[in-house]
Ligand binder design. Structure first.
Ligand code: NAP
Ligand code: MG
Length: 488
């Protein structure tokens, strides 16, 4: 780590050493609160750097596997303690780097600690089953073994939790890792790696390399030493990762975008529904893969719901996420900012009515940041682009439905299938919703963006391919099964 003019340069972490890239070139990670503020410099890595990371991971494989699941779990408990002691610093860095408010970033870091402890506990749980053999004198059982070297590619929107929910299971189940974070969240990622380093991981087990998606991301997928790849990010890149993994013949797990619907029925508690829609749609500036983005309201309560939603939306304070009293930060980058502004224009051109927000904030406090106010579109039709495509920003599309059947049809009318909620007090309606909704995460009287680390997480349709992440489900991806037959 080198600090110049108060700006730190972060290196790659390969074979337990912090090293500069062969390129001698750096990338900047800038703050969305002020695009002139560099949060840190990171390495612009090359194929040669990547080869070194894989060599280190390869060399570490056998000893790491042989160390055993229990001992690996004990190491993760140490990482959890170290992260916990550094929550304030890591959360501050995440806020400065991608703009979510400090309380949100602290919550995310605390989630990271809990995930580490969950997978540390996996070190003591079962990794196989005994199955009765046809021969009564034989013992037949399964034993889960590591896949080998796992490549990890992450997005910027949960810069702490997503890297950890991939790193922790990869490591506890005995894999070595080559990890490439999103460039826009790479300083936060480097600080997470420091926690693993301080816990005393053996050499080469965890390798961290920063660089562009097209060079290091692509290079990782094509690398001959790769055994499995887990990716979270956009749909386009995810599909190309899946294609590359198929060509290389490696196991893959891909989590992509969402267009997450919330249905509000006439028998719902409207105040609860409004609170959950605001939180689901606008927390993290709408940049959650599970964020609420279309709200389908029963005609009987449409006007009442809309008025309540407008009243609450107007109370949202937008600004620098490090400051007290700020509820919503900026968009995370220039490109996110431009995308959201484009979708506001697309919505207007399509004939939807912008009834709140969507304005770029000006004034000295905001001029170098990517700030805009939370937006609501009324009069949205199901086939409009703002009702079909992921915006990944603070924008709600309001749609009207005459009954539950129509509401579910509108909810399912998108290529995505990550998360979905319904607000209703009618048990028949909620049972029908559970059966008919096309989503990996189904939420009743709760916001679309809630996730529990001990439960499977992932999407249907174009939201995900491969087995689920988090909870016990993660074992499926990070291990292979040996079926063993022993004849005495
Ligand atoms: P992105 O542009 O797809 O980038 C994700 C990662 O892929 C980054 O590390 C990126 O590196 C890398 N990458 C870019 N091009 C690549 C290539 N050709 N080959 C391999 N890797 C490449 O996504 P993002 O903008 O960071 O994240 C937002 C997206 O993530 C949204 O669509 C959101 O819905 C999705 N997301 C999904 C989930 C979920 O679990 N379903 C959770 C969170 C976010 P660089 O940063 O260097 O470009
Ligand atoms: Mg940034």
């Amino acid at each position: 780590m080198v600090t110049k003019n108060n700006i730190t340069t972060y290196k790659n972490f390969i074979n337990n050493e912090w090293v500069s890239s062969q390129s001698n070139e750096l990338l900047e990670s800038v703050s969305p609160m002020n695009k002139n503020e560099v949060v840190g410099y990171v390495q612009k890595s090359t194929q040669e750097d990547l080869n070194k990371a894989f060599q280190a991971a390869d060399a570490a494989k056998s000893a790491w596997r042989k160390l055993g699941q229990h001992a690996r779990g004990q190491l993760l408990f140490k990482v959890a303690d170290i992260l916990e002691a550094n929550i304030d610093d890591i959360a501050q860095t995440a806020t400065r780097e991608m703009g979510k408010t400090l309380p949100e970033a602290k919550g995310e870091a605390a989630r990271g600690v809990a995930i580490l402890r969950y997978y540390a506990g996996e070190g003591m749980r079962k990794n196989g089953d005994v199955i009765p053999a046809s021969d009564k004198d034989a013992l037949m059982f399964t034993k889960r073994v590591p896949v080998g070297t796992v490549g990890i590619i992450t997005p910027w929107n949960f810069p702490i939790a997503i890297p950890i929910w991939k790193l922790a299971p990869a490591l506890v189940y005995g894999n070595t890792v080559v990890f490439k974070p999103a460039t826009e969240a790479s300083v936060t990622a480097a600080k997470i790696i420091e926690c693993f380093e301080k816990a005393g991981l053996p050499k080469g087990v965890l390798n961290f390399i920063v660089g562009s998606g097209s060079v290091i991301g692509q290079g990782l997928i094509e690398h001959p030493s790769l055994n499995a790849i887990t990716f979270t990010g956009s749909e386009n890149v995810g599909k190309s990762v899946a294609k590359g993994a198929t060509e290389s013949g490696v196991k893959y797990q891909i989590e992509m975008g969402g267009k997450n619907p919330v249905i509000v029925m006439k028998d719902a508690d409207l105040d609860n529904a409004v609170e959950a829609v605001i939180s689901g749609a606008f927390r993290s500036t709408g940049q959650k893969c599970t964020a609420t983005s279309k709200v389908i309201v029963d005609s009987a309560v449409y006007e009442e719901f809309k008025q309540k939603l407008l009243t609450e939306t107007k109370k949202i304070t937008v600004g620098n996420g490090l400051n007290d009293g700020i509820w919503m930060g900026p968009c995370a980058s220039q490109s996110q900012f431009d995308t959201v502004k484009d979708y506001i224009e697309i919505g207007k051109t399509e004939g939807a009515k912008l009834i709140a927000g969507g304005e770029v904030l000006d004034g000295e406090e905001f001029q170098d940041g990517f700030y805009l106010t939370p937006a609501i579109f009324d009069n949205v039709k199901a086939d409009m682009r703002i009702a079909q495509e992921e915006i990944f920003g603070p924008v709600i599309a309001l749609l009207e439905a005459n009954d539950l059947e129509e509401a579910i049809e509108i909810a399912n009318n998108t290529k995505f299938g990550l998360s979905a909620s319904i607000f209703t007090s009618n048990i028949g309606s909620l049972m029908e919703f559970i059966d008919e909704i096309e989503a990996g995460l189904v939420r009743i009287n709760a916001e679309s963006a809630g996730v529990e680390l001990q439960a499977p997480f992932g999407g249907m349709k174009s939201s995900g391919y491969g087995s689920r992440e988090q909870g016990e489900a993660a074992q499926e991806f990070y291990t292979e099964i040996k079926t063993v037959f022993v004849k005495g």
